[in-house]
Design a protein around this ligand. Structure first.
Ligand SMILES: Nc1ncnc2c1ncn2[C@@H]1O[C@H](COP(=O)(O)OP(=O)(O)OP(=O)(O)O)[C@@H](O)[C@H]1O
Ligand SMILES: [Mg+2]
Length: 394
């Protein structure tokens, strides 16, 4: 979002030469909604209370311009209870060490690359790290095959450029440039989707910590506190390699898939609860049967074997990530709320599961039918689920 407005919408910056977050450009800019009105508030707004409580309780050393100490940032991500009794909810459920390494990397001069298969919370962790460290998760560049260099460096407001020539006022700062100037965390999403030559723009920024602006004969030097979090997933097609020159500038942290079904049920329950509240959906008891079943089906199909290790199953072409399990359950909850009695049942999640599993209509349908008949059919207590799945699969 910020990438679009700072790279292509010159009006936002007209006359100020600064980004929309710092200078809402006089009268023309559209005002952001109040955080509680936004469909998806930023992490720093959603968890403003927790961040403030952590800052108040945090007496450890903070790196320059960090809002919290590394310990408090890790606590924000992993959850905990503060001495005054404030409960910090876990944002990331997974190995503590992964978070500790990620946080400490950001306190050094190396940038952080979060790598992993789809749906392992790379974007989510990146947003929360930026929110906790800089109090701002919005300095974001979304990487695509069409991301131009200007989105990473700077662009020009063409009206200004044509009238006055290259002046500081005509410069449109990228989110990365603003992060450098303000000593904050910049985020690059899907780094490996960006064409290799554009990726290389980052080399000078990360090694020299400066961004030259030859048109003005100046540069933007990064101030202390600046660093970068990039995410990349190692599955998708159409992915460009990360050049070795760039790879050397990043510490890579791999986010694993949830280790156990319990952990995954916990993640799905928490996120469904949060999302459901935002959408005014009924609450589901933590670890409800349907959540457990969705997670079990996803894990078994993903892993190619049943949980008891006895039966081999074929894996479908889709990724069946935790993120998809979360949307299947949230979708089911909406069905239950609007067309059912508000209680999540097998029939509410069956269609969602089918949609997630059958991506390739021919091959995946066979995989699904076989799984239904050989595994689901005979499983104790799964009769309603089997019936519901049969109904939608017919
Ligand atoms: N270990 C986890 N802890 C907490 N939440 C998780 C975890 N794994 C997945 N999620 C949830 O899954 C959802 C999707 O995560 P996210 O979009 O960050 O995945 P991603 O790794 O960026 O995927 P992609 O490669 O598709 O971009 C988020 O809502 C996140 O809360
Ligand atoms: Mg992502």
């Amino acid at each position: 979002m910020s990438q679009t407005s700072s790279s292509t919408d010159g009006r936002e910056q007209a006359g100020s030469g600064r980004g929309p977050a710092t200078a809402p450009a006089g009268s023309g800019g559209s005002a952001a909604p109040a955080p509680e009105q936004a469909l998806r508030p930023h992490a720093e707004d959603t968890f403003a209370g927790e961040l403030a409580a952590l800052a108040a309780a945090d007496d450890r050393a903070r790196p320059a311009r960090w809002k919290l100490s590394p310990w408090a940032v890790a606590t924000y991500l992993l959850g905990g209870t503060l001495p005054d009794g404030t409960v910090i909810t876990p944002k990331y459920v997974g190995p503590r060490r992964v978070v500790e390494v990620a946080v400490t990397t950001l306190a050094t001069d190396r940038a952080l690359l979060l790598l992993g298969v789809p749906g392992t919370a790379k974007t989510w962790v990146s947003e929360h790290l930026a929110a906790a460290i800089s109090g701002d998760s919005t300095l974001l560049v979304q990487g695509t095959a069409g991301t131009p260099e200007e989105a990473i460096r700077y662009g020009w407001n063409y009206a200004q450029l044509l009238t006055h020539g290259p002046t500081p006022a005509a410069l449109v700062h990228s989110p990365v440039m603003r992060a450098m100037a303000e000593g904050r965390i910049a985020r690059i999403e899907e780094l490996t989707r960006i064409p290799a030559d554009v990726q290389d723009t980052l080399i000078t920024i990360l090694s020299e910590k400066t961004l030259p602006i030859p048109e003005l004969g100046t540069e933007t030097q990064a101030v202390r506190g600046f660093n970068m979090i990039a995410t990349a997933n190692d599955r998708d097609r159409g992915v460009n390699e990360l050049s070795s020159a760039l790879r050397r500038r990043f510490n890579t942290v791999v986010l694993p898939l949830p280790a156990t079904a319990e952990e995954e049920v916990d993640i799905v329950s928490r996120r469904v609860d949060q999302l459901g509240r935002g959408l005014d959906l009924p609450a589901v008891p933590r670890g409800a049967d349907e959540i457990r079943r969705v997670v079990t089906v996803f894990r078994e199909l993903r892993g190619g074997v049943t949980e008891d290790g006895r039966t081999k199953v074929k894996s479908p072409s889709g990724t069946l990530s935790t993120a998809e399990a979360i949307s299947v359950v949230t979708g089911g909850l909406a069905l239950a709320a609007h067309f059912g009695d508000g209680v999540l049942r097998a029939g509410d999640v069956a269609a969602g599961i089918l949609g997630a599993v059958v991506r390739d209509p021919a091959a995946d349908r066979l995989v699904w039918q076989e799984y239904l008949e050989t595994v689901v059919r005979g499983r104790d207590g799964w009769k309603d689920f089997y019936r519901a799945c049969r109904e939608v699969s017919a």
